[in-house]
Design a protein around this ligand. Structure first.
Ligand SMILES: Cc1cc2nc3c(=O)[nH]c(=O)nc-3n(C[C@H](O)[C@H](O)[C@H](O)COP(=O)(O)OP(=O)(O)OC[C@H]3O[C@@H](n4cnc5c(N)ncnc54)[C@H](O)[C@@H]3O)c2cc1C
Length: 485
């Protein structure tokens, strides 16, 4: 019996584990190493962050799901990979450190035949002094951060109800951040909530981000089809912000967050400040800091991982000028080029390059979004990798046969506000492909037929359906496989 070991039980890890176990049945083992006892549907943290949902509505305990599906489970975090084994252990293994209250701090090795790294991001608040819930700004990246943000937002609303003016700043907390879409959705929700709570006139809402223009979203912006005409996401987003009275600061690298002031550097090298009473700023992402060692114990981390800490897979990582990047540079099987039984999916793999144009200030500070790492592509690549590995484990193939390149995959992004059936709205955007392909679509890099933007109630309903559908699926409830990634 062979073992597939999955590091990280988030969106990608859970998808890979469920599909792999379903295919392998009792013939081989699937084991997951993940540090939290709860699974979190992260996209709905946005609603926790405005008080529309409670953490219990976006989480569930993982252990019962693993028990009923027959997946082995270690509540632990992976620390190091030993893909060649060691002098005393001939099989490849991972060193883990337990995080459950009963075994906290205890280390153990877990051997594997195939490995999926789906450890997601390290939320790198330390990159910006003063950033994050331990300091001066809020976050919605985890359900407890989001609950904390909701309390801080309630306090700001209470001050507005007493007649005080408040400035709320929302966006990205560093020049290299990704996930602008999530911050945008939070802004959209906060604006909606302030109107619902009848204090909108007391709020000065400010967006701050590292995008070159509004609507970049880390994908270099896009031309979208909307109501029969074609427009750019910059114009679409600028009109959304203007209609809602939101001011914006773009091309900004947040350098420091103080108790009530954000210091930022702009792309033209100036240093400026913006004051705030409430700020939600996303951190930049990095890899979770896994180390790797060869059989002799020599550190091979730099050969398996990019400097960012994300794992190198089958992409083309050679540095090239922006205009020479090709869709084919993007990974498609997520297999390590060195160890063919190791794969990395979701946020854990290293993108070969940014999608937005890299820019630096005259002081040399990089100020441009990193590529977005959304849930749907993470799920799709996890499923394809799980299928490829199970084929190899069951002898149907010796190499990965299915592909899931972001340059040949579409995505949908829905920013939905409000929680009642009729009283809500959403901005829904779809795109194909995620990574622009100017060879196939010379004019805009994407297929206009599938690259759209709309506002309305329908997107709001879909986003709520996704919330229930994905949690239903992640719980491995009956017929979970009919819910797409
Ligand atoms: C606020 C917010 C809103 C978002 N909204 C959307 C949205 O609307 N739509 C969308 O498509 N995407 C959205 N995303 C992005 C989406 O959440 C990510 O794409 C998705 O979570 C990536 O999945 P993942 O499995 O790679 O990482 P994660 O889901 O973060 O999972 C990583 C897992 O690895 C575990 N882990 C960490 N370190 C270790 C270790 N050392 N060993 C073992 N396990 C480890 C973590 O605890 C976690 O369980 C949003 C993201 C944020 C932050």
């Amino acid at each position: 019996m062979a073992r597939l070991l999955i590091l990280g039980g988030g969106i990608a890890g859970q998808t890979a584990a469920l599909h792999a176990k379903k295919r392998l049945g009792g013939s081989h083992e699937v084991a997951v190493v993940t540090p939290n006892s709860l699974w979190n549907w992260i996209p709905s943290n946005i609603w926790v962050g405005v008080g529309l949902m409670k953490p219990e509505q976006v989480t569930f305990p993982l252990a019962p799901v693993y028990r009923k599906t027959g997946i082995s489970h270690y509540q632990a975090k992976a620390i190091s990979l030993h893909p060649e084994g060691s002098a005393g252990q001939p099989k490849p293994f991972v060193t883990i450190e337990h995080t459950s209250p009963e075994k906290k701090g205890r280390q153990e090795i877990v051997t594997y035949d195939y490995l999926i790294n789906s450890t997601g991001p390290k939320l790198n608040f330390d990159a910006t002094p003063g950033l994050g819930p331990l300091h001066h700004s809020q976050s919605v990246c985890t359900y407890d951060h989001a609950a904390h943000a909701a309390t801080a937002l309630d306090e700001a609303v209470a001050r507005m109800q007493r007649g005080e003016k408040q400035t709320l700043v929302i966006g990205t907390g560093h020049g290299t951040c990704t996930c602008q879409g999530a911050a945008f959705e939070y802004l959209f929700n906060v604006e909606f909530e302030l109107r619902r709570r009848k204090v909108r006139d007391k709020a000065n809402l400010v967006w701050i981000s590292n995008e070159q223009e509004l609507g970049d979203f880390g994908i270099g912006g896009m031309h979208i089809k909307r109501g029969g005409y074609i427009t750019h996401s910059r114009i679409f987003t600028e009109s959304l912000y203007t209609e809602r009275g939101v001011k914006w600061i773009t091309r900004a690298h947040v350098k420091e967050v103080g108790p009530n002031t954000i210091l930022y550097e702009t792309l033209d090298g100036e240093e400026k400040t913006v004051s705030f009473d409430f700020a939600m700023l996303l951190p930049p992402f990095a890899g979770v800091g896994l180390k790797a060692f060869d059989k002799q114990g020599a550190d091979i981390t730099a050969t398996m991982f990019a400097k960012s800490g994300f794992m190198l897979v089958d992409g083309n990582y050679e540095p090239k000028p922006y205009d020479q990047w090709l869709p084919s540079d993007w990974p498609s099987t997520y297999q390590s080029p060195i160890y063919k039984n190791i794969f990395a999916v979701g946020i854990a793999f290293a993108p070969p390059h940014a999608i937005s144009k890299p820019m630096t200030s005259p002081k040399g500070t990089p100020i441009f979004p990193a590529p977005p790492r959304t849930g749907m592509p993470s799920g799709v690549m996890a499923r394809q990798v799980a299928f490829n590995i199970t084929d190899m484990m069951q002898g149907r193939s010796e190499v990965p046969t299915r592909q899931a390149s972001l340059a040949r995959m579409g995505a949908a992004c829905i920013a939905s506000a409000g929680n009642s059936f009729w009283n809500g709205t959403a901005v829904a955007m779809t795109m194909y492909p995620i990574v622009p392909d100017f060879q196939t679509y010379p004019e805009t890099g994407r297929a206009l037929r599938y690259t759209t933007g709309e506002i309305g109630l329908a997107g709001h309903w879909i986003k709520h359906l996704l919330h229930f559908g994905f949690i239903y699926k992640a719980r491995a409830n009956p017929f979970w496989r009919v819910v797409p990634e």
